[in-house]
Design a protein around this ligand. Structure first.
Ligand SMILES: [Zn+2]
Length: 196
């Protein structure tokens, strides 16, 4: 990557004093030695362990304006099925090839079964063969939160619904291009809405 110096038009040159010009040159020297040294940042990304938080999610900023839905366990139990409650609120996992959506190819939207937040769309779904619905990316940057999960002797990245905090599944860096990500999500945390 190369930052080009600004092209100064003839009339600009007359107006800008030598001092200002020197300042502009200085700014570009600083930019070209700091911001424009992608090699350093690239090597950091390349050295990331496969199960670290994926690159695109690192860039996501926490959206403080996102509404947090807070309910007591008793309130969740009233609106969720026992299986939804076990997955969303107790970080449960459904058996592979057992969920409602693992092999669904219908076109539509996947919402959070707890709070209706749009999580994924069918265009991002792919057949991974793992037995759980797999998506290459979330709906947008306000969809999910990410947490390091060291349970069961593994280091994984847990994915939760940003709006209600419900457990959805995990994200891995072994998905297809262009994202290279596989959001491995429990059907029980999802609610499908067909789009015609
Ligand atoms: Zn939710």
């Amino acid at each position: 990557m190369k930052i080009r110096p600004p092209v100064l038009h003839v009339h600009d040159e007359k107006q800008i004093s030598m001092k200002k010009l020197a300042q502009i040159v200085l700014v570009f020297v600083i930019l070209s030695t700091s911001a424009c040294s992608p090699d350093a940042s690239r090597s950091v990304n390349e050295n990331k362990a496969a199960n670290e938080i994926p690159k695109t999610t690192v860039a996501m900023k926490t959206d403080d304006t996102a509404k947090k839905i807070v309910k007591t366990d008793e309130e969740w139990k009233k609106i969720l099925t026992p299986e939804q409650y076990r997955i969303l609120r107790q970080k449960g996992t459904e058996y592979a090839f057992s969920g409602q959506y693992w092999n669904s190819e219908e076109k539509g939207i996947y919402r959070c079964a707890g709070c209706n937040n749009i999580l994924f769309v069918s265009e991002q779904k792919f057949e991974s063969g793992c037995g759980w619905p797999s998506f290459s990316m979330p709906f947008d940057s306000t969809t999910c939160d990410y947490h390091e999960d060291n349970t069961y002797g593994m280091t994984r990245t847990e994915v939760t619904c940003k709006a209600c905090g419900g457990h959805l599944g995990h994200v891995f860096n072994d998905g297809p291009p262009p994202t290279g990500q596989r959001y491995c999500i429990n059907s029980g945390s999802l609610k499908f809405e067909a789009v015609k």
